[in-house]
Design a binder for this molecule. Structure first.
Ligand SMILES: *Cc1c(COP(=O)(O)O)cnc(C)c1O
Length: 249
């Protein structure tokens, strides 16, 4: 984990660095799956490539990673275009950042999965945009995992329990959106196990109404073990694969 986004390293060095990081992450995932009595096949690794160049996406793809995550739309749109131009057309792009309603159109033009849907207006905007592009998007409801007392802060986005039900229903009713499941971000400084247990409960509640909504997007570089223990199906891993980012979220 020594790479930095703007370091012009020898491409062979970067390749071996990412390969070594991936092997370490893979080993953590396997160990956590074993501990949880789960099969490795139940968990998809989404490489969060934000701030890193398209060349890193190519290296990840060559190492067998198919799912890539981005969180800022300007950067993501350009990177997806660069990857398509380089012949990487089989990737699945996950948008994991907060989406401003007026940027939904851009996101819907390239994302396959949007993890961060937390309000009805955003559902409507994504549906309009996806339909105009003739695309189908998988949408996850982002559940607010801040402790109840802090939820006024809503720093990292997310719907409360009532909103989760309403947003899920709106996604389900949208022709060009598929309800995938739930997503959550463990609060900074909190206990990730406690947060992911609440996400697991929210996911289970959702599946009671929508059995096909099986995705649980949880777990980042620092807390993937807790996420796997609580039923994560999609891990969003940046730093542990690609190194530390310049600090801009
Ligand atoms: C950046 C980001 C990640 C990856 O975080 P790391 O700690 O670098 O693994 C995961 N999820 C979201 C929503 C992110 O914005």
């Amino acid at each position: 984990m020594t790479g930095r986004a703007n370091e012009m390293a020898d491409p062979d060095d970067r390749r071996s660095e990412i390969a070594a990081n991936l092997a370490a992450v893979e080993s953590r995932i396997r160990t956590a799956c074993e501990a949880a009595g789960r099969s490795r096949d139940e968990v998809i690794l989404v490489a969060v490539t934000k701030t890193f160049p398209a060349s890193d996406v190519e290296l990840l793809a060559a190492l067998g990673i198919r799912d890539m995550g981005e969180n800022r739309h300007q950067e993501a749109a350009a990177k997806v275009a660069a990857c398509v131009a380089a012949g990487l057309t089989e990737l699945r792009w996950h948008f994991v950042g907060q989406v401003q309603t007026n940027k939904a159109g851009v996101v819907a033009s390239y994302a396959d999965v949007v993890h961060s849907v937390d309000r009805i207006r955003l559902v409507a905007a994504l549906e309009r945009a996806a339909r105009s592009y003739g695309r189908t998007l998988t949408a996850l409801v982002q559940v607010d995992l801040e402790p109840v007392a802090d939820s006024a802060a809503r720093g990292r986005g997310g719907a409360d329990a009532d909103e989760t039900t309403a947003v899920a229903a709106a996604i389900e009713a949208s022709e060009s959106l598929v309800l995938g499941g739930v997503m959550g971000i463990a609060p900074l400084g909190g206990d990730p196990s406690e947060a992911f247990a609440r996400l697991e409960t929210a996911g289970r509640a959702l599946r009671a109404s929508y059995p096909h909504a099986r995705m649980v997007s949880a777990g980042m570089s620092g807390d993937l073990e807790a996420a796997i223990a609580h039923g994560a199906t999609h891990l969003r891993i940046g730093t542990a694969l690609l190194g530390s980012r310049p600090s801009l979220g």
